[in-house]
Design a protein around this ligand. Structure first.
Ligand code: UFG
Length: 343
């Protein structure tokens, strides 16, 4: 049974929500995070919501000089498994600094594998991305869709998936789930944890939320001439709490003695355009969201949404929260923490 779980990147946006759901499932956790794109305050909030303390190791999985102490700590924790979310995730930055992305993301995964081997813990859930599909498939996209990432960030996800498949085929004791996330948005309904971008947000929802709260003047909509129903890009937005529950469902699946490595989409299975998302956020926040139409962003695709039936079949999991709940919860977090964890 996976009772004791290492969560890398556990203080981050998705990680913090995953930690809350793991605690709710009765599991104990060790968070490994270097706080490069997260805030220690998130840990206090996880403990507050979960009404339990968690173990934390501040360390950089990609720093070879720290590997031994990380391995020792994972062993001492007596881990049964891990959820691996730590990594760099900015697409544009990855194009400019590819070597840094490969070194950080792949190096971190390898260090974690080494630690899990040492602890004899052979259950792993990996935070992959729908970006591995590129624009090669018809919608909705199934896990059998063709893969082909279009930037170094996406390729790190794809290569790590491949590494994990090699690991699972070399040793049948491993059970590995590559979770291919669509577009996580929203926040915990308590308003205590949520997305807190370090810089100018790259992603749509945090940007809209900062416009709504008055931190930014207007949204730029990247293109309105795509072959979609209103010309703007269409994505499969999934509430981050649903996404987090998908990780617990994946561990429960591994606990039923399912071994080998599999890929599983986590999406709501429904596409919304940028304009539809703006309208939904406007309704939820009752604030004006000024926008302008800007040129297309390089590397963006017109439309992608998930076939989420595999997660339902294997895990009994489906996304439950709709776009209005995503916007309402995202807005509550933004309104109550206008400067994120520094508020
Ligand atoms: N968009 C805007 N304005 C913005 C930000 C986004 O119009 O300021 C549009 C995009 O063009 C796209 C949609 O909103 O049509 C969603 O964009 P996001 O950046 O929120 O999400 P992406 O689908 O581009 O990003 C996702 C994941 C990344 C992943 C990427 C691959 O969040 O982790 O897909 O392209 F790498």
């Amino acid at each position: 049974m996976t009772k004791r779980i290492v969560v890398t990147g556990g203080a981050g946006y998705i990680g913090s929500h995953v930690c809350v759901e793991l605690l709710a499932s009765g599991r104990d956790i060790l968070i490994i995070d270097n706080f490069s794109n997260s805030h220690p305050e998130a840990i206090a909030r996880i403990e507050e919501i979960g009404e339990r303390n968690v173990e934390v190791l501040e360390a950089d999985l990609a720093d070879a000089s720290q590997a031994n102490s990380i391995v020792e700590r994972v062993k001492a924790f007596r881990a049964d498994g891990a959820i691996h979310l730590a990594g760099l995730k900015a697409v544009g930055e990855s194009v400019v600094q590819p070597a840094r992305y490969y070194q950080t993301n792949i190096g971190s995964a390898l260090t974690l594998l080494q630690a899990l081997e040492a602890a004899g813990a052979k259950s792993l859930v990996f935070s992959s991305s729908a970006t591995v599909y590129g624009e090669l498939n018809d919608n909705p996209v199934t896990e059998e869709g063709r893969t082909g990432a279009t930037n170094p960030y996406g390729r790190t996800k794809l290569y790590i998936e491949e590494i994990l498949k090699d690991v699972a085929s070399a040793d049948g004791a491993w059970g590995i789930v590559n979770l291919r996330y669509f577009n996580p948005v929203g926040a915990h309904s308590s308003g205590r944890i949520g997305e807190d971008p370090n810089d100018i947000p790259n992603n749509l929802f945090p940007f809209i939320a900062q416009v709504a709260v008055g931190r930014r003047e207007k949204l730029s909509i990247f293109g309105n001439d795509y072959p979609t129903r209103d010309g703007t890009g269409v994505r499969d937005y999934i509430h981050v709490v649903d996404l987090a529950k998908g990780h617990v469902a994946a561990l429960d699946y591994l606990d039923k003695d399912n071994r080998g490595a599999i890929d599983v989409n986590l999406g709501a299975g429904k596409g919304y355009s940028v304009l539809e998302s703006v309208a939904a956020f406007k309704r939820a926040s009752n604030r004006d969201i000024p926008y302008e139409i800007a040129p297309r962003r390089e590397g963006d695709i017109a439309e992608i949404y998930a076939d989420a039936s595999k997660a339902k079949k294997l895990f009994g999991w489906t996304a439950e929260k709709d776009i209005d709940a995503m916007c309402a919860d995202h807005w509550r977090w933004q309104r109550e923490n206008p400067e994120g964890y520094r508020s």
